[in-house]
Design a protein around this ligand. Sequence first.
Ligand code: ADP
Ligand code: ASP
Ligand code: MG
Length: 404
Amino acid sequence: MNIIVQKYGGTSVANLEKIRTAAVRIKESLKEGCVAVVLSAMAGDTDGLLKLASEITRTPDPRDLDLLLATGEQISVAMMSMTLKEMGIACETFLGFQAGVMTDENHGRAKIKRLDEKKVRAALEKGCVAVVAGFQGTTESGEITTIGRGGSDTTAVALAAALSAKRCEIYTDVEGIFTADPAICKNARLLEKISYEEMSELADAGAKVLHDRSVEIAAKNGVLLAVKPAHSQGIGTLVVPEKDAVMMEGSFVSGLTCNTGEARICIRKVPDKVGVTAKIFAPIARAGIDVDLIIQNVSEDGFVELAFTVPKEDLRKALALTEAAAREVNAGKVRAEGDIAKISVVGLGMRSHAGIAHRMFAALAREDISIQMIGTSEIKVSIVIEERRAVDAIKILHDEFSLA
Ligand code: ADP
Ligand code: ASP
Ligand code: MG
């Protein structure tokens, strides 16, 4: 069976007209094979539900919150089903649990453990379009979970992997994957292809266009992934294995991202003794909070200063845990800062070419942008700067690495 999985993001199902546009594309794709469709909630719905919850409590039970958030995708699935049927196209609908999306119990950011695709496959075999709710799943004990903001991409790729689909198409509100967020960088260039490795780093560093887990799952299972515009016939961008990604002569950097979703926690006067750093990070790790960049300065008079970043949504919890840990190890004041931006530069060419980090620092220094934290991986350099200089920094680095 020739199977295509298509995912339509929030803006691509934002109103009845857009749902109809998507339905027309689905109808067209049926000429090529069977189509399974994964949908996000209509644009703004998930945010609206979060706001409603926040009017009741700042600390909702994560189970209740997942129950609420999962309703967003239920609405778009129902509307798409009605639209397809009006057009004479047979379809079957699936919420996460009905589609066999099995997750762990980490409410709010659950991981898909496996996808039991039998029911979806049966619908396709009957000649129906399968319309599946993205972003949600179920635990072994039957609780409804959600898999993290932007997670419908991951549902789509996991479904494509389970169905051994010919390809997975992600339809969104831009022409494809660009060298930088086109909403920030007006001369960003559309990429024809990008490797799984680079896209994974970009997504991890905050490029919203694909959910980070979706790229990981695609790479692991060899899912052919395409990001395309929902509003035009543009060909979009293919995410491919490294050997198939073309590297342009002389371009060591493929893209850059800006992430303003993290906050920094600083601890002053941390006693410079073996085991203290471990004691500070232990409770944060136990709470499942992702720590990203960490810096510790050179010891002075037996004390160091420690700083690290966490997702803004976890800041309150991380701050409380850090304050308790700091008291326990007799450290000084704990301070939180939310007005930071993390800029990351990504490219396979960094493996073979030293000096990318230096060029990045020098370009920012010329424009008087001060660097507060630095982190590197094999194909990525990330820096933290003041949030108010983020847009400037993106433009400067985009020019420095000739990405336009
Ligand atoms: P959807 O609702 O379709 O899932 P998202 O808002 O999650 O769409 O992702 C698409 C958005 O990602 C674009 O509107 C764009 O502003 C942003 N984006 C960030 N970085 C990039 C990039 N490198 N290429 C394309 N889009 C990007
Ligand atoms: N509706 C969810 C969100 O807004 C999931 C998604 O759109 O992928 O994050
Ligand atoms: Mg998205």
